[in-house]
Design a protein around this ligand. Sequence first.
Ligand SMILES: Nc1ncnc2c1ncn2[C@@H]1O[C@H](COP(=O)(O)OP(=O)(O)OP(=O)(O)O)[C@@H](O)[C@H]1O
Length: 488
Amino acid sequence: MLNVQHVAGGYSNEHILKDISFEVQKGELFGILGPNGSGKTTLLKMISGILPFVKGDIFISGKRLQEYNSKQLAQIVAVLSQHSSQSFSYTVKETVSLGRYAHQTGWFQTWEEKDEKIVQRVMKQTGIISLQNKAIQELSGGEKQRVFLAQALAQEPEILLLDEPTNHLDLSYQKELLDLLKNWTSETGLTVVSIFHDLNLAGLYCDRLLLLENGTININHIPNEVLREERIRDVYHTDIQKHPHPRVPAPQMVLIPNERQEKEIIQIDESLLGVTNEFIELKSPAPLRTMSSGVVGSGTGWHHTFVNRHVGKDYNCSDHRKEMATFLKANGFEPSETVGMMTAVFLDDVTFKHVEGNGFSLFVVVTAGVGNAIDASKSEQHTFEQVPGTINTWIFVNGELTEEAFIQSIMTATEAKAKALHDLNIMDSVTGTIATGTSTDSILIAATQAGERLEYAGTITDLGKLIGKAVYGCTLEGIGKSQKRKVV
Ligand SMILES: Nc1ncnc2c1ncn2[C@@H]1O[C@H](COP(=O)(O)OP(=O)(O)OP(=O)(O)O)[C@@H](O)[C@H]1O
């Protein structure tokens, strides 16, 4: 559809763009990225025929750009530029109707039902139908942007060129616009070439991305390949981190702010632990990076407060997450900052250990009862029942963990817990085999992310060795306490 070959040129003798070559297929949503001044708008101007280029060739639908007259080009290519402006006082509908110009043989005399239908349709699609009789000057920046987009769409182009189309748009219109463009590319075969400043929107919606750097192509590839940490760091000269979108397979980048002040080294240990009959709490002086299976605050995040709440064995609630959040609020905890767990174990039986490693330390807190003991290798013999968790394990690391270390910490702790059950000969009452845990255990790994960097936490690493030993010890002791209570 669009073929750019060895294009070079700019505004004077100096070439802003140097040897640019790429192709865009019909129906693609193609993004152009690059830092300020890298040449994105210049490239778009050349493709739209506004700015002549000095070297190379641009082909649209197989025909040289220079071979189109302006009206022919307007029937194929529509442009939504960054600073669309209008000096005359047109209404919204009149402005959108101008988009039909390329399809007219004589202005207004040939205004047909089809033109009216298209104008109405695009005004509806861009959410401006209620504004149609207003003067353009009366609109907000975002409303204007949508009007000029409607005008471009009214052209019924084969290629739509957009310079930062989401500029001025609020969150919901950004999403609506890009959803709309994406649908059109796949349903009508519209080809979209768009400049983006927002790398996340580009990563989420584009089929391919072209990254410009000082007027040359750094890379032209799929978003996952273009949006690589090292590349974006180098080209944009800023610290960023890549992470996956939580719902769709698209790369997302987050900015890493400069630390305004030296990170305070905090220490998580028993001095921060509070135990009542109702709950065990630990309040950290700073948010900790967490990975957990809590009832509240599960998954990965940053949390300040950690609560392990005692509930009766008969606790039964259709929405236990909501009930737990209400409980937390009623007790002065902020649910969004808290990892919350439940247990039927008496909280006096809590066991904890603070252990020192080489440059880091660990604080482990366990409540353990084995009423629901289960052998994970034979759990298909059990029917599902949701009763409060019985072995809850908290592991606080005074150190900096990598993502691998978080996951390995969970593995190591789980293996150590299973070994404790094995050594105590805790049986699964249904299968008659040794249990590996209970049916509703929970785990939390929380790290200060300051001090010693701990790359791994497998069983043979410095961190893994401490986790294994501390979790094994606390679990053994905790089960011992709760079993003693049963005997009494
Ligand atoms: N009309 C002009 N006359 C002369 N130089 C220009 C003109 N427009 C842009 N330039 C220069 O060309 C270079 C590339 O500008 P361009 O607008 O293409 O960059 P961009 O990547 O779109 O930047 P931004 O992200 O800031 O919009 C810049 O150094 C700019 O100063």
